[in-house]
Design a protein around this ligand. Structure first.
Ligand SMILES: NC(=O)c1ccc[n+]([C@@H]2O[C@H](COP(=O)([O-])OP(=O)(O)OC[C@H]3O[C@@H](n4cnc5c(N)ncnc54)[C@H](O)[C@@H]3O)[C@@H](O)[C@H]2O)c1
Ligand SMILES: N[C@H](CO)Cc1c[nH]c[nH+]1
Ligand SMILES: [Zn+2]
Length: 434
């Protein structure tokens, strides 16, 4: 049972340090194990992929099944409830409408002296999406297919690859396959964890390498993404989920407990924190957590997340509660307060903010439209939600006329000389002579 901790206090500081320990700091043992996997896949391709997949996910998988066949996708449509397909399409429409606003055209400016300056926006040629398999591949995050795939398609990426861990019998959930087909994913490979990321980054016989790797995942996935950055681009570190609820006396304890559990059930490494100004609310939320936990199929996962990375902090006032939230910089921040709009301006660090009692975090996970792939472990201080821009590059374009060149030549030569870069200066001077 979570007990409220007064904030500020020594006890609060030590609990905050535990929560902060989820940050991806140097962890020699973990990094070593992930680096070994990455190097193995880089050197041994499909052989390594199959070895890890058989060891961790599907003991019988063979090389021919590393890539999902078109027949499997066709038969997935027969296995999926048409009502679910309709819901997927409805969610897609919301997500697409929201992300369409993120498209930015190339732009150029022209000057009277004949100078053209601009920025050409182009999609990456190939993107790789990591779609979590869930525990033992049994609870695949089909909503993550939509959240990753739709911005990639809107950006104009031609080759959209997806990797996901297979289930124990080697299959991939039909719902996941249907969602991928609906979104326009071009190829699907059965490969999870760090080896899936390595396959996308370095390529294997079966998996063509990509230019950018995006998507959420557990600690191994996130660390692998961090380590392959440079060989490919990545979106951010979207690791184990987290929720932080700020509540005043108007907060509904049952709703708050339910929302905390909605993220705690993702992963034993998930984090769920309540900061409230009301001691009686803190007690009621703690009791409701216990009661609701008993009804959850993923009770064990949620319980561990709460035990290891859960907390209830009792702040002196709302401003202090919001400041503490800014310091934690959570992936999801719920404002379960009397006037959430009055608080919004004080929020500086959060992946997404959920306003008031009718906006539980799960609304954003599935349906509202903004992306649910979000920065975790304090990285919301500098990172943002996945979006169309993660699949785009901007190339600068510069065109000078002779007049513009002659006007600026001397100044450029002076700057090059100041840096001691004579060849730079010479490349200007050679054009200054008749
Ligand atoms: N931040 C976000 O935007 C966001 C969005 C959705 C999900 N998530 C998070 O993504 C994660 C999904 O995790 P998941 O388990 O459902 O799926 P996952 O695909 O990320 O993890 C399962 C994979 O990890 C492998 N694995 C297990 N133990 C391993 C080990 N010791 N070494 C290497 N690999 C190992 C499994 O074999 C499997 O391939 C959760 O933490 C969830 O909270 C985050
Ligand atoms: N809450 C997750 C992001 O942390 C996204 C998700 C997918 N399905 C359910 N939830
Ligand atoms: Zn969720």
């Amino acid at each position: 049972m979570l007990e409220a901790i007064s904030y500020p206090s020594v006890e609060a500081d030590s609990r905050l340090a535990v929560i902060a320990s989820r940050k991806m700091g140097p962890d020699v043992a973990l990094e070593k194990s992930v680096i070994e996997i990455l190097l193995d896949v880089k050197a041994n391709g499909d052989d390594a992929l199959l070895r890890y997949t058989r060891q961790f996910d599907a003991s019988e998988l063979d090389a021919e099944r590393l890539t999902v066949s078109p027949e499997e996708i066709r038969s997935a449509y027969d296995a999926v409830d048409p009502e679910l397909l309709g819901i997927i399409q409805e969610a897609m429409a919301n997500i697409e409408a929201f992300h369409r606003q993120q498209l930015r055209p190339s732009h150029f400016i022209t000057k009277p002296d004949g100078t053209f300056l601009g920025q050409m926006v182009r999609p990456v040629e190939a993107a790789g999406l990591y779609i979590p398999g869930g525990q033992a591949g049994e609870t695949p995050l089909l909503s993550s297919v939509l959240m990753n795939g739709i911005p990639a398609r809107l950006a104009g990426v031609r080759d959209i690859a997806m990797v996901t861990p297979p289930r124990a019998d080697g299959s991939v959930s039909p719902a996941l396959l249907v969602a991928a087909a609906e979104v326009g994913i071009t190829r699907i490979h059965r490969a999870g964890s760090a080896w899936g990321i390595a396959a996308l980054a370095y390529g294997t016989e079966s998996v063509r390498k990509v230019d950018v790797v995006v998507g959420p995942g557990n600690i191994y996935v996130s660390l692998a993404k961090k380590l392959v950055w440079g060989a490919v681009g990545i979106d951010m570190l979207a690791g184990p989920s987290e929720i932080l609820v700020v509540a005043d006396d108007r907060g509904n304890p049952r709703y708050i407990a339910a929302d905390l559990l909605s993220q705690a059930e993702h992963d034993p490494m998930a984090s769920a924190v309540l900061i409230t100004t009301e001691a009686s609310l803190a007690e009621k939320v703690a009791a409701s957590l216990e009661e609701q936990l008993l009804r959850l199929p993923r009770q064990e996962i949620a319980r561990r997340a709460l035990r290891d990375y859960g907390a209830i902090f009792l702040a002196e006032d709302l401003d202090q509660a919001l400041e503490l939230a800014n310091g934690i910089a959570p992936e999801h921040l719920e404002l379960q307060v009397c006037d959430p709009w009055a608080c919004l301006g004080k929020i500086r660090n959060a992946g997404a903010v959920f306003m008031g009692e009718w906006t539980p975090e799960a609304v954003g996970d599935y349906f509202a439209g903004p992306n649910h792939v979000l920065p975790t472990a304090g990285t919301a201080r500098f990172a943002s939600a996945l979006g169309v821009e993660n699949f785009l590059k901007r190339t600068s374009v510069i065109s000078f006329s002779g007049n513009a060149f002659r006007r600026d030549a001397e100044a450029i030569v002076r700057m090059a000389e100041m840096e001691g870069l004579e060849a730079h200066a010479a490349s200007i001077r050679v054009r200054m002579k008749p």
